[in-house]
Write a protein that binds this ligand. Structure first.
Ligand code: C5P
Length: 222
């Protein structure tokens, strides 16, 4: 069986995780949400009262930190030091703090090593910001997924409403744009399209259409 590695990168809220999950399900592959790992560390750092901009303090947490992604019946759960933090890592303080944490070189080395080990066997769909450029530069298929910032804010807003809390569309668009700016301008493996990545703009695509586009690309590879 030829089980490839699929790297999906792109800016915040472009639909990467929803579509990556669906593609993984259809292929019987493992979905790996690398953003969740940076979020878990950010959650821990906030809890420890650490200044997220201080590399040495954030990096000092790493040796005593265990982050595990578990595949469950209703999706992936994220465990930090033996505790399920799947809900906590999606809260605003974490979302707005994660770009500071993920910019530290020592944090990236640690996460990238762990992510490479997870992908060793192949048969993975991994989403993030630097999968095609840094984590799996030899991935058989690389997709760079984008959507207009307005459309991304609109989707996030709809998701919030579904989850039962209101949000401001304008504020969401501002937060998404700021996170993209930080992720794209950081020194270590910034968010950038890999040379050999296929650009997929999902602005006017449904979830199924975007997943089908990727599955078509997979068919050309295997
Ligand atoms: O994908 P998600 O929005 O959950 O990612 C959260 C944050 O984690 C990103 O904004 C980015 O700062 C960081 N990240 C990263 N590299 C990855 C995945 C996520 O720097 N491979």
């Amino acid at each position: 069986k030829n089980e490839i590695r699929i790297a999906i990168d792109g800016p915040a809220a472009a639909g990467k995780s929803t579509i990556a999950k669906l593609v993984a399900e259809k292929l019987g592959y493992t979905y790996i949400d690398t953003g969740a790992m940076y979020r878990a560390l950010t959650y821990k750092a906030i809890g420890a009262g650490i200044d997220l901009d201080k590399a040495a303090e954030v990096e000092a947490l790493l040796p005593g930190t265990e982050i595990v992604l578990k595949a469950g019946a209703d999706g992936q759960t994220v465990w930090l030091d033996g505790r399920d933090v799947s809900a906590e890592i999606r809260t605003d303080p974490v979302t707005n703090g994660v770009s500071a944490v993920s910019a530290h070189a020592g944090v990236r080395t640690y996460m990238v090593d762990a992510q490479r080990r997870m992908a060793e066997e192949g048969g993975v769909v991994m989403d993030g910001r630097d999968i095609g450029t840094a984590v799996l530069p030899d991935a058989e298929l690389k997709v760079f997924m984008t959507a207009s910032v307005e459309e991304r804010a609109r989707r996030r807003h709809a998701e919030n409403l579904r989850r039962g809390f209101d949000s401001s569309l304008e504020q969401l668009a501002g937060e998404i744009a700021l996170r993209d700016k930080k992720d794209s301008e950081r020194e270590v493996s910034p968010l950038v399209q890999a040379e050999d990545a296929v650009l997929l703009d999902t602005t006017s695509l449904s979830i199924n259409e975007a997943a089908d586009a990727i599955l078509e690309l997979v068919r050309e590879k295997v």
